[in-house]
Design a protein. Structure first.
Length: 303
DNA sequence: AATGCTATCAACCGCAGCTAA
DNA sequence: TTTAGCTGCGGTTGATAGCAT
């Protein structure tokens, strides 16, 4: 027999999905009193929730600067790069993706990235997996960025020109965002034993190799600077064949970061890299192939 | 239409670090 | 110095939407 009274039930902490009323209470309370001191906040706001629950709801969902919607290729690229540096430091990674939460990034990693690893029978976090990410996934995302020709943060809806200069592609927008790739044609037949990325922009076959994406840098608010440096890539004996120029730009509302110009020479890197460690390669449609030419489950386009 | 499966993501849990008393 | 409470982090779970059969 239960001795729980109605009053006790009312005093019980609520769990599970938040209602509109609860959201409204939390939003209005924080608007008036600010965030922090979550346990007290929960009580004062009249919420039958723990302080932790309130904090989580606010930080992951209600906070006004939360960005909704799918992660852009730029953000995905950044996550891959930062994760390769810091591992599962979701909060630290999230600090570099304005408007994205650690929870969101963690979910992305577990549901997309780790899933791909599982399907490839690669242990996520293993060197093999990291190499696969760097050699196949990151370049693919770079290519997507190129195809979308979108800015990392805001949608600069503007005229886009893509010029094809032989092995070089240059894409630029009317607001002076430009990206260029020096892309030696490389075909499967010329390197039949190797993994490769094969895709195309316009009528130019493009092959990317890994530029270790250490070049991502972030502006400080109200600070505009220009940097250019050589990028050491993953191939230790070929550290100078990636040239990256990064310019910071100003979007309509914020000083933010941008990757404006990037060029690298993947061929010389590829010449010195032992791709035999991989037993897969990619086909033009983004699926990774194993040595037998069978399609595996690494679907870049699913990214 | 019903059912089962999968993917996604919001929310919870346990723990560790920090701080104030 | 100790301890209790708070906060933040990372791992995990559960609800549910969407898809396939």
């Amino acid at each position: 027999m239960s001795t729980t009274t109605k009053k006790d039930e009312e005093n019980e902490l609520r769990r599970g999905p938040w209602t509109l009323e609860e959201d409204s209470l939390l939003i209005h309370y924080i608007a008036r009193h600010g965030e922090g001191r979550w346990n007290m906040l929960a009580k004062s706001a009249g919420l039958k929730r723990t302080g932790k629950s309130c904090r989580l709801r606010w930080l992951n969902y209600l906070k006004p600067d939360i960005k909704r919607g799918n992660l852009t290729p730029q953000e995905q690229l950044l996550i891959l790069e930062l994760h390769s540096k810091w591992g599962n430091r979701w909060s630290k990674i999230a600090q570099h993706l304005p408007g994205r939460t650690d929870n969101e990034i963690k979910n992305y990693w577990r549901t997309r990235v780790q899933k791909q690893a599982r399907q490839l029978n690669i242990e996520s976090g293993s060197k093999r997996f990291i190499d696969a990410v760097k050699c196949f996934w990151m370049p693919r995302l770079l290519q997507k960025m190129e195809q979308n020709n979108s800015s990392p943060i805001s949608d600069h809806s503007s005229m886009t020109n893509i010029n094809n200069f032989g092995n070089s592609i240059e894409a630029s927008t009317s607001n002076s965002i430009s990206t260029s790739f020096n892309l030696p044609s490389i075909s499967p037949s010329s390197h039949p034993q190797r993994g490769f990325i094969d895709s195309s922009i316009g009528n130019v076959s493009t092959s990317f190799n890994n530029p270790s994406l250490d070049f991502f840098q972030f502006s400080q608010p109200l600070e505009v600077s220009e940097t250019s440096k050589s990028v050491p890539n993953m191939f230790e004996n070929n550290v100078n064949n990636c040239q990256v120029q990064q310019n910071l730009y100003i979007d309509d509302t914020n000083y933010t970061y941008g990757l404006e110009s990037l060029s690298f020479d993947p061929l010389s890197s590829m010449e010195n890299y032992d791709f035999s460690q991989f037993d897969f390669q990619t086909s033009g449609n983004g699926w990774m192939l194993d040595n037998m030419g069978n399609t595996t489950f690494w679907n870049m386009d699913a990214m």
